[in-house]
Design a protein around this ligand. Structure first.
Ligand code: DLL
Length: 435
């Protein structure tokens, strides 16, 4: 039996969704044009007026927005309503350049939390669940969004935030957490810590996990499912569009349904900006259809994925996106070869056999040539002083990586616990090149 938070809209026929989208987009473009000078200027420059937008088919006429526009408009340049109508501000982590801030009216918060509630119900969440929220609270959208969704479903909400792993475990065991929500790298760490504390996967009451905010592979999913004894589901979102819950996985665990009644999605060629036909791999672009405070139109996410409209056995009709294959700006170019950290994770976890999911990629430039090193942590059982057997494992990893990446890499097997654990988004890459 499938459960839905909002059955009617989540399973609506395609024509109905289109009808809703067409109706919303006409209003939304007019609203943005009238209220956001920055976007109005961009439209004027392109010679597009709100009258040109009669349905979602016309969206491609609108200018694209990117992170640099958001930085230029910091902090209030894209606000579409009076500040007194706003009730919340959230922000991206801002590792590069200025932070991006997003604002919300109460309507926007409700819409966002409903999307998160859909995600929780899709993994089997009900008012009988204890929803353990170990995403960071604060400016990051992870904690706040899932927390709100959990309330809407009626779960008993545990607002743990991230960090203090001993306390996470104590509460999880004492209060019988059934749904764990955090980044996949933190879930792996919690699994590892539970094992160290002497618990077996069947000792906890967890049944599902809702993990996102960073790229993770199918191999990582398997690893987490085994270590926690749960089903692990993906969730996607970004601050600029609302936060977690823009898209979420259902029982099928095969891609994430995008909440199309609120967000119109396109796939574009990241180099030319041209809209690509359905099924192509490209950059995700979102248009908010009914947000009030921060209604971005045609926002470029930099996330690369593929969309699929194949019928989903769960009954949901909204389009599905594959796991993002990494952001185009996460991609490393090493000696001219494109390398995604997720390719490395996949290889390491496939090898398994004493290799943990803890790794770090270190790139540098010496004498004008890129160096490429990966530290990989061994688990306690595999850890050995026998240099020969360590060298053998290293060689095996090097050759597997070379065949996938097409480029040589130096692998260093390092002691258990020597790579620092992440409580939020993992930092997998240290790029020391001054590019
Ligand atoms: O990470 C929102 C979020 C919180 C999503 C909790 C899911 C769970 P930002 O900090 O603005 O927002 O970062 C957004 O993170 O453009 C992707 O590159 C990446 N990302 C988010 N979810 C996934 C995912 C939150 N499931 C950026 N898989 C996005 C891969 C993801 N990458």
């Amino acid at each position: 039996m499938q459960n839905y938070f909002q059955r009617e809209i989540e399973t609506a026929p395609r024509e109905k969704i289109l009808e809703i989208q067409n109706e919303k987009i006409v209003k939304q473009v007019k609203y943005v044009y009238e209220n956001v000078k920055y976007y109005r200027d961009l439209m004027d420059e392109k010679g597009v007026t709100p009258d040109d937008i009669k349905s979602v088919d016309d969206i491609k006429k609108l200018p694209l927005l990117s992170k640099s526009d958001l930085r230029e408009c910091y902090p209030y340049g894209l606000l579409a309503t009076d500040l007194k109508n706003c009730v919340r501000i959230q922000s991206t982590s801002g590792t590069t350049g200025k932070r991006v801030v997003a604002y919300y009216t109460q309507h926007d918060v409700d819409l966002w939390e409903e999307c998160c509630a859909r995600a929780i119900v899709a993994v089997g969440g009900t008012n009988e669940d204890v929803c353990h929220v170990a995403y960071g609270y604060g400016l990051f959208t992870g904690g706040a969004g899932i927390h709100g969704g959990s309330h809407k479903v009626g779960c008993l909400t545990l607002p743990m935030s991230s960090g203090n792993t001993d306390r996470q475990i104590q509460f999880m065991m004492d209060l019988g957490s059934t749904i764990l929500c955090c980044t996949p790298s933190y879930a792996a760490y919690i699994g590892e810590s539970l094992k160290e504390a002497g618990y077996k996967p069947e000792d906890n009451k967890l049944k599902a996990g809702i993990f996102g905010a960073e790229p993770w592979t199918e191999e990582m999913r398997k690893h987490i499912e085994e270590s926690l004894g749960i089903k692990a589901y993906d969730i996607y979102g970004l601050t600029e569009i609302s936060g977690p819950g823009v898209a979420f996985e259902c029982s099928e665990q095969s891609g994430m349904h995008i909440n199309e009644d609120h967000f119109y999605v396109e796939i574009i060629d990241p180099d030319t900006g041209e809209v690509l036909p359905e099924g192509s791999k490209g950059e995700l672009v979102f248009t908010c259809l009914d947000k009030e405070a921060f209604p971005l139109l045609r926002y470029r996410t930099r996330d690369i994925c593929v969309l699929s409209r194949e019928k989903c056995p769960c009954g949901r009709t909204h389009v599905k996106m594959t796991k993002p294959m990494g952001r185009s700006d996460d991609m490393l170019i090493i000696r001219g070869v494109n390398v995604f950290p997720s390719q490395i994770e996949e290889v390491l976890l496939k090898i398994g056999n004493g290799i943990t999911p803890n790794y770090q990629i270190i790139v540098d430039r010496v004498n004008n040539t890129d160096t490429f090193d990966i530290d990989v942590e061994l688990d306690e059982n595999m850890f050995t002083d026998d240099v020969k057997s360590i060298e053998k494992v290293e060689k095996h990893i090097v050759s597997e990586l070379r065949s996938v990446l097409g480029i040589g890499v130096k692998v260093h097997l390092v002691n258990p616990k020597s790579i620092s654990r992440s409580e939020g988004k993992a930092k997998r890459v240290i790029d020391n090149r001054k590019l």
